[in-house]
Design a protein around this ligand. Structure first.
Ligand SMILES: Nc1ncnc2c1ncn2[C@@H]1O[C@H](COP(=O)(O)OP(=O)(O)O)[C@@H](O)[C@H]1O
Ligand SMILES: [Mg+2]
Length: 389
């Protein structure tokens, strides 16, 4: 029986969302298959790793019992030994467990952004989802858009700035923006999700404030034109070399709720730009139209753009591509990629005919396929270099 380690929690604003993704959309269906031994690895907010059967119970987290657990538990060590082995020394006996596949169920920083994937690559263990570069590019709004542009994928016009650019010459930045971009504009920190630090602005004063807010959160900032007559859609995709789409999904929450303008977007500096987490509004069942009701041509266009983005970023395993459509001009723009969408977007896959149990099994198979292919690549090269010395 293969052993799958599901890693969740982590040093990220989306720590709590990750717990729910891991426990209900990954561990539960994996155990229902009866094909795998499933190990739960929880990364606490301070970055310590824990490994325990008790961590599979959502009540431990909802009741606050996790605090007591952490106070008593011994963190787990990870051995890198031609793969990955979990090692726990506290208690009566030493526990060792070799891992066959890691299932990262992490959202946001240090988990979805390539950092964990780098560690897993170094260990030489197979893992589910995107590799380092795809995950890192996806979690960087600037890089992702630049890669899209390099691949002729439409994005709304944008400019990028560093925090240093802005602190040196804020009015120069405002000038260059107003010369080449048209209001309304969106100002976003490159790396944060959940609308944190994002503003929609309609004049120079708001723009200036929004740039300052974004620079407070990140050292890279993107300013882009708003897509008008907006229809937002999102497309979960699965696969390595031959990615397959699920169904195009359109969140149907009222614009005010979905964007949560009052709290999410600083209006002329009044709200300070700090927002509530947006994950819950990202197309949960019941609030979404699946499949999105769009004219056939537009649906196919959006699906095609989604798949092109997946390939352009070099995604593997799974990812979800968010698109913005101008319903008047019928133009589809790429917005962003989520390498590990909350709950794996299992509700959407279910409608596309892939059950939660099939989904996790397919993802494990894709992880193993990618791992085998990567191992077959040459990584050694003989030279006479050392003989010179
Ligand atoms: N260029 C744009 N035009 C219109 N709406 C946008 C644009 N960029 C972002 N938005 C709106 O703001 C929301 C949050 O922006 P997004 O780039 O998805 O950041 P994140 O999801 O990481 O917070 C989007 O879901 C969309 O509703
Ligand atoms: Mg988004």
């Amino acid at each position: 029986m293969e052993t799958i380690a599901v890693i969740f929690g982590g040093r990220s604003a989306e720590h709590d969302v990750s717990i729910v993704t891991a426990l209900s959309s990954v561990i539960k269906p994996l155990e229902l298959t009866r094909k795998y031994k499933v190990e739960a690895i929880y990364i606490a907010k301070d970055g310590a790793w824990y490994w325990d059967e008790k961590l599979k119970d959502i009540k431990l987290f909802t009741s606050g019992g996790i605090k007591d657990f952490i106070a008593k538990a011994q963190p787990v060590s990870v051995q890198i030994d031609g793969g990955m082995t979990l090692l726990k020394t506290g208690g009566l006996r030493k526990q060792l467990q070799k891992i066959d596949v890691v299932f990262p169920a992490m959202h946001g920083t240090y988990g979805e952004d390539g950092a964990l994937m780098g560690l897993l690559d170094m260990a030489g263990v197979a893992y589910v989802g995107c590799g380092v570069s795809a995950a890192a590019a996806a979690m960087d709004k600037v890089l992702a858009k630049q890669l899209a542009v390099a691949n002729d994928i439409p994005v709304s016009n944008f400019l990028t700035f560093t925090k240093a650019d802005l602190s040196r010459e804020l009015s120069q930045a405002v000038k260059s923006i107003t010369v080449s971009l048209k209001y309304p504009l969106f100002v976003k920190p490159a790396h944060l999700g959940s609308s944190i630090g994002i503003s929609r602005v309609t004049n120079d004063t708001e723009l200036k404030n929004a740039l300052e807010v974004a620079a407070h959160y990140d050292d890279r900032i993107i300013v882009e034109e708003a897509v008008n007559n907006l229809i937002e859609v999102t497309l979960p995709i699965m696969g390595n070399d031959d990615p397959q789409p699920a169904l195009l999904e359109r969140p149907m929450t009222q614009a005010e709720d979905f964007f949560d303008f009052e709290t999410k977007y600083m209006q002329g500096g009044k709200k300070g730009g700090s927002g509530k987490g947006g994950k819950g509004a990202e197309g949960p069942q019941g609030y979404s139209q699946i499949p999105a009701e769009l004219p056939k041509g537009l649906y196919e266009e959006a699906e095609a753009v989604g798949l092109r983005v997946y390939k352009a970023l070099g995604c593997s395993g799974t990812a979800r591509v968010d698109l913005l459509i101008d319903s008047k001009t019928k133009k589809v723009y790429f917005n962003e990629v989520n390498p590990l969408p909350g709950g794996l977007y299992a509700h959407n896959w279910a409608k596309a005919g892939v059950s939660g149990i099939d989904l996790v099994q397919k993802l494990i198979a894709l992880a193993e396929e990618r791992h085998t292919n990567r191992q077959a690549l040459a990584t050694t090269f003989s030279t006479n270099y050392l003989q010179q010395f």
